[in-house]
Design a protein around this ligand. Structure first.
Ligand code: AMP
Ligand code: FES
Ligand code: ZN
Ligand code: ZN
Length: 350
């Protein structure tokens, strides 16, 4: 099963906290130091505040929509925002990824209920007639592409309809460094240009911010342990083995021998490279989708999400097991229990 806390926080033997000399609970090689629970929490809050302030992400007057997946990062983020006195509402999107999605929803709902926080849930199949496994089969593309498209569309829609000032996500330093690495390997200048920790509101698109960009995956896992937050430990079964994971693993190899490289790579990009890429060109006027009213950016007047929904909602629903590769399916069954009868291996392809 999932949603266990504890496995990420490596106790640091007899080492002492850099700040107070109490027994340490974690070593952070990039800071060349150990920390006790109290001072790790302080360090995380300091890095969070620095990101929020440096990039003018939001203020205490803003209403914040927090996208929560049930994983450690977004739950830690919601906890940080709420305990720092921000006005927040959580948003969970049910992507229809079998028991992984069911469990994620339960974990997010329990987190919100325990802390008296408001949670909104949008279920892709109930509200838009399809789910991510079916979309992956229909489009014959990697699941993450229809998943990402659907999440972005729903974040925007809920923020617009609810009058939120900003949408925040739990992308951390390791996530952003891996995306940067991939973009740089392809020299995808357009993506590099848009890889900012905050994107201003544009027309009907709300402002978007990533307040955890100065914090690593391991620090966020430790935060959850210290703060008693239950989270879904398992990764999305459909994303296992994708390119993003490969980039993360490659950076982890470098980080293991040269601690601090990941932070220097990403934060150095923001500091020294991103300003050179910033464009001064006027934004194009945005066409609105004639189906949902969202900005469409396409010549046929229908946004990519509505096009996807039109195709996927008429297809026979496909259970997640059917679109996993053999190895991923084996892991899925180990983690989440036995699957219904399958059509045979598909290697993730329709
Ligand atoms: P991922 O793309 O899975 O790495 O997730 C990045 C961020 O997107 C998370 O930290 C959340 O803020 C948000 N997110 C991912 N999945 C969901 C979901 N099902 N519902 C709401 N937000 C999500
Ligand atoms: Fe999007 Fe897994 S979370 S494909
Ligand atoms: Zn201490
Ligand atoms: Zn649309």
């Amino acid at each position: 099963m999932s949603s266990k806390s504890g496995q990420w926080c490596r106790a640091a033997d007899m080492s002492k906290c850099r700040s107070c000399r109490a027994p340490a609970v974690i070593d952070l090689p990039r800071h060349n130091a150990h920390f006790c629970a109290e001072h790790l929490e302080q360090l995380c809050r300091r890095q969070f505040r620095r990101a929020v302030d440096d990039f003018a992400m939001f203020s205490h007057d803003d209403t914040i929509l927090v996208a929560v997946s049930g994983g450690k990062d977004s739950l830690a983020l919601w906890d940080m925002l709420a305990t720092e006195g921000y006005s927040t509402v959580g948003l969970y999107i049910g992507l229809g990824i079998g028991r992984y999605s069911d469990e994620s929803h339960d974990v997010v709902a329990a987190f919100a209920a325990d802390r008296g926080l408001e949670l909104r849930t949008v279920d892709l199949r109930t509200e838009h007639g399809f789910d991510v496994p079916t979309a992956a089969r229909v489009t014959a593309r990697v699941p993450c592409s229809s998943c990402g498209l659907s999440k972005r569309h729903i974040f925007d829609e809920v923020a617009r309809d609810g009058g939120f000032d900003v949408v925040v996500t739990g992308h951390n330093l390791d996530d952003e460094a891996a995306v940067l690495f991939g973009n740089a390997l392809r020299w995808d200048v357009e993506y590099l240009r848009r890889q900012a920790p905050v994107l201003p509101a544009r027309g009907r698109f709300p402002r978007k911010a990533k307040p955890l960009v100065r914090l690593t995956e391991r620090e966020m896992a430790a935060w959850c342990v210290i703060r008693g937050i239950d989270y879904v430990v398992e990764e999305c079964p459909m994303a296992i083995g994708n390119r993003h994971h490969t980039y993360k693993e490659a950076l982890a190899v470098v980080e293991a021998t040269s601690p601090g490289t990941t932070a220097a790579f990403y934060l150095g990009f923001l500091d020294r490279m991103a300003p050179l890429l910033a464009t001064t060109a006027d934004e194009e006027p945005v066409e609105l989708c004639r189906s949902c009213g969202a900005p469409s950016g396409s010549s046929d007047g229908v946004c990519a999400f509505c096009r996807l929904a039109e195709r996927a909602s008429t297809a026979t629903p496909v259970p997640v097991e059917m679109v996993l590769s053999r190895g991923a399916r084996r892991r899925y069954i180990e983690q989440w229990g036995d699957a219904p009868a399958t059509e045979g291996d598909t290697d993730g392809r329709p």
